[in-house]
Design a protein around this ligand. Structure first.
Ligand SMILES: Cc1cc2nc3c(=O)[nH]c(=O)nc-3n(C[C@H](O)[C@H](O)[C@H](O)COP(=O)(O)OP(=O)(O)OC[C@H]3O[C@@H](n4cnc5c(N)ncnc54)[C@H](O)[C@@H]3O)c2cc1C
Ligand code: FES
Length: 321
């Protein structure tokens, strides 16, 4: 069973903020305030797209102090499996949707004496809410924001106007301006925490530089907007429910399980939180792990799988579900 109760919201506004990025504002259908959240939180948006129910996570970018509405920003993904296309091309102002309660897997570490935020592209979204919170709490922070071109980058002008160019640094690939990671990480006071959100390569590079420079592991925080690769069709035998289901190539095991009317727990749907961990009873091929939650030895054991993102290379998996 999902531990996440959903709320019914109406689309109150849609704004095109940059090439391929649109901001959506949700307000509760019953007019009540939305639950309080902290910077870095996301919600899972459920989209009824014809016969298909799509569920994608999106970071909350509005002020955590504003409970009258939640805002998210969505990038139009070229090879969308459907969710971002739905939000860009089918959703209209006035439509209703269900969203989860906010979940925070990328919170500000309250022990930090200074906070360095590094964003790549759409990875800016959790930092919008985090900066609002940090500024209200009068804490020391800096944003380093990399965009492909200035017109692709959502919000950089607004952020510089709000927090000043001393705290908001913008780098642009098209102008050969890149984040000088080594220089920034090499000169920070003790107790500084680092947060990275962006493409997988950027996160790996930044965390690798920090590790080389001797940053303590507990001061490093990251969130990846995981988009795992599709694969071939296979069967999943759910041993407890006595059902055999087909997992299509552009569907996660979790989606196939839900489509069959079996409830499975989830929080992030992005391979990070651990909530959907499922015991593997048997598999006739290799497990293709795409999560960032399981330890390498758990992945190698073949006994566990995160069904929101991982697949198999064989034709049948037996799951304790
Ligand atoms: C914590 C978090 C926060 C995010 N915040 C933002 C944000 O603020 N803005 C933004 O634009 N994007 C964000 N994303 C990415 C977003 O959730 C979507 O991935 C993105 O919008 C593209 O969605 P899509 O449906 O078009 O395509 P895809 O991401 O390609 O597909 C997503 C769908 O594929 C399914 N799936 C997962 N793994 C597999 C697999 N191995 N095989 C087949 N199907 C699979 C999933 O269940 C999901 O429904 C976030 C992701 C995470 C994890
Ligand atoms: S739901 Fe979070 S790891 Fe699968």
């Amino acid at each position: 069973m999902s531990i996440n109760t959903e709320m019914s919201v109406r689309v109150a506004a849609i704004t095109q903020v940059a090439d391929q990025v649109r901001r959506l504002r949700f307000e509760r259908v019953d007019g009540q305030p939305l639950p309080v959240f902290s910077g870095g939180a996301h919600v899972v948006v459920s989209m009824r797209d014809g016969a298909i129910l799509r569920r994608n996570p999106y970071s909350l970018m509005s002020s955590p102090a504003d409970s009258s509405g939640y805002e998210i920003s969505v990038l139009a993904v070229e090879k969308s499996r459907g969710g971002s296309t739905f939000l860009h091309h089918k959703l209209k102002v006035g439509d209703t949707l269900a969203i989860s309660q906010p979940i925070n897997l990328f919170p500000i570490d309250q022990r930090g004496r200074k906070h360095i935020l590094m964003a790549g592209g759409i990875g800016i979204t959790p930092f919008m809410a985090m900066m609002d919170q940090l500024a209200r709490e009068d804490r020391s922070f800096e944003l380093h924001y990399a965009v492909r071109t200035r017109s692709h980058g959502a919000y950089w002008r607004e952020l510089q106007a709000r927090y000043g160019a001393r705290r908001v640094h913008v780098y642009c690939d098209a102008e050969q301006l890149f984040i000088p990671t080594g220089e920034i990480l090499g000169h920070q006071p003790l107790g500084t925490h680092l947060y990275v959100c962006g493409p997988a390569g950027m996160i790996k590079g930044v965390l690798g530089s920090a590790a080389q420079l001797g940053w303590p592991r507990q001061n490093l925080h990251s969130e990846e907007f995981l988009a795992p690769p599709p694969g071939k069709v296979f069967k999943a035998v759910l041993t407890r429910s006595g059902k055999t289901i087909t997992v299509h190539s552009h569907q996660s095991i979790l989606e196939a399980v839900e489509a069959a009317g079996v409830e499975a727990p989830y929080l992030c749907r992005g391979g990070a939180c651990g909530q959907c961990e499922t015991a593997v009873v048997g598999c006739d091929g290799a497990l293709e792990h795409h999560d960032i939650y399981l330890e390498p030895e758990d992945k190698a054991s073949g006994k566990k799988i995160m069904i929101c993102v991982s697949r198999i290379s064989g034709s049948e998996i037996r799951l304790d579900l």
